[in-house]
Write a protein that binds this ligand. Structure first.
Ligand code: GLU
Length: 269
């Protein structure tokens, strides 16, 4: 009898203690989610950025050092310097054209700096910074190819593109008769071109220049046929973070850092 009373009391005590604990937990959660994305990045002491790992000149993992390198990487480091106070306070995660928006919206990354065109379609899913680079879609072919431009992409020709890219959508509109084959990333698409699985590869001129850098047997043809303004994407509704990114971009442009990064990676202009 006495024993069971004690057990009861202990039980009640335990219950109230656990209720108290869970209430504390809830409080913590509420104050955590009350932080906006910018405050959360500052509290974490780092910004997590989704970048390409296979795109020479923009985001390429150097197999000997294990580091990712390129225009987008240097821009990201400048963002970290301005927003978190140290260019080393950035963590890079690999994204592809297909995975970048889902990864952002899942909370895996805070921002995308990955050759990403600002488009009306994408604006429905993410928010963009100001334009930080201007590219345009073009074609890459083996030197000596009979394909000299869009007009040669007739029925029976095969064009290689990457899933989730604007290029894969645009090419169907610009060359409706050609067959479009889509790959997971640019390494796979370029490998497919080299092994003769297609007649041309299409994406931004800026990315194609990186492929020519890697293999001079290939060349760009036909000029550019779209405008691809690159923006930095964040989860929708994070105005403070977009403002902080835009202010960092403006600073980079004003103090010459942007030009320095541009000169380092982009040789064509
Ligand atoms: N800029 C284009 C896009 O955002 C092509 C490059 C890419 O696939 O990332 O889709």
């Amino acid at each position: 009898m006495f024993k069971s009373k004690t057990t009861k009391i202990a039980g009640v005590l335990l219950l109230s203690a656990s209720m108290l604990l869970s209430a504390c937990g809830k409080d913590k959660e509420t104050s955590g989610s009350a932080k906006n994305a910018l405050e959360q990045i500052k509290a974490n002491g780092k910004i997590v950025i989704g970048v390409k790992y296979d795109t020479r000149l923009f985001g390429l993992k150097n197999p000997s050092s294990g580091e990712v390198e390129g225009f987008d990487i240097d821009i990201s480091k400048e963002l970290a310097k301005d927003i978190v106070g140290d260019e080393k306070k950035v963590e890079f995660k690999e994204v592809t054209s297909k995975t970048r928006i889902p990864m952002l919206n899942n909370g895996d990354i805070d921002a995308i700096v990955a050759t990403m065109t600002i488009s009306e379609e994408r604006k429905k899913e993410v928010d963009f910074s100001d334009v930080y680079f201007d590219a345009g879609q073009s074609l890459l072919v083996k030197k000596g190819s009979s394909i000299k431009g869009l007009e040669d992409l007739k029925k029976g020709t095969k064009v290689l593109a990457v899933k989730g890219s604007t290029s894969a959508i645009n090419i169907r509109e610009k060359a409706p008769e050609t067959t479009v084959l889509e790959f997971e990333n640019y390494t796979e698409a370029f490998t497919a071109l080299k092994s003769g699985q297609g007649d041309a590869l299409t994406t931004d001129d800026s990315i194609l220049y990186g492929m020519v850098d890697q293999d001079a047997n290939y060349e760009l043809v036909g000029g550019t046929f779209t405008e691809e303004p690159y923006g930095i994407a964040v989860k929708k509704g994070n105005k403070e973070l977009v403002d902080a990114i835009n202010s960092a971009l403006k600073k980079m442009k004003d103090n010459g850092k942007y030009d320095e990064i541009h000169k380092k990676w982009i040789k064509s202009n």
